[in-house]
Write a protein that binds this ligand. Structure first.
Ligand SMILES: O=C(O)[C@H](O)[C@@H](O)[C@H](O)[C@H](O)COP(=O)(O)O
Length: 222
């Protein structure tokens, strides 16, 4: 791992997450980690995979997923398997968010059942953020954003004009069921979006706002 600010941030974040998991595993049988996809998390995944943990007692799931085959380039499950579930970390229990169903609407109930069997509240939820203030797949232009922000169902199928594929996302309610919330972002543009989010309260404009009062630890590097 290089000594670039982003790689150093990934290392810090991995150490903090590993310590949080250790603390929780000292008092419970299993600990749940919820991670986001996209490009930002890759160095964090690789740094966390190298951390010493009782991985067989760690559960990992996703904050959201594109409804594509796991072999697809833009599958978040593929990203997690390729960069996090490697070496000793391969012993973790990974729960993906897609099924063999053709659509997320058809698969949502089966995904909800899988999720309910995990060690909620999660030890840590790692959120990313897009330039439009979306997090997980809570997109400002999703028809289902209102539902995803208000339902107590664990997962919601979402279709978003700005996104090429249908997606499934953990609901805001389920994402709130965590002991620690971390926002992992990089670059000046996202820092500016976060500053805008902090200066307003319309969650539908910038859905990341649904998590700013969690409390939310932000890990940012230029
Ligand atoms: O499935 C996804 O894409 C993520 O869960 C999404 O919410 C991501 O965190 C943001 O889009 C940021 O993505 P980048 O890290 O690629 O900028």
């Amino acid at each position: 791992m290089s000594d670039s600010p982003r790689d150093q941030l990934a290392l810090q974040l991995a150490e903090a997450v590993a310590e949080a998991l250790r603390v929780d595993l000292a008092r419970q049988d299993n600990a749940l980690l919820v991670v986001s996809g996209g490009s930002t998390p890759v160095p964090f995944f690789e740094a966390l995979a190298a951390c010493e943990l009782p991985w067989e007692r760690v559960q990992v799931t996703l904050a959201d997923e594109r409804w594509v085959a796991e072999a697809a380039e833009d599958s978040n499950a593929r990203l997690v398997r390729a960069h996090l579930l490697q070496g000793p970390a391969a012993a973790a229990t990974f729960v993906p968010l897609t099924t063999a169903d053709a659509t997320p609407e058809q698969g949502a109930d089966a995904v909800a059942e899988r999720l309910d069997g995990l060690a909620w509240p999660a030890s840590v939820v790692i959120l990313g953020m897009g330039g439009d203030g979306h997090t997980a797949s809570l997109f400002p232009d999703s028809r289902e954003l209102g539902l995803a922000l208000t339902t107590d169902a664990p997962a919601v199928a979402v279709r978003t004009p700005s996104q090429p594929q249908p997606r499934i996302t953990l609901s805001a309610d389920r994402l709130h069921q965590a002991q620690r919330h971390i926002l992992h972002i990089t670059g000046g543009d996202k820092r500016a979006v976060l500053a805008r989010a902090l200066s307003g309260d319309d969650v539908r404009e910038l859905p990341i706002r649904a998590f700013l009062a969690c409390p939310l630890a932000t890990y940012w590097a230029p």
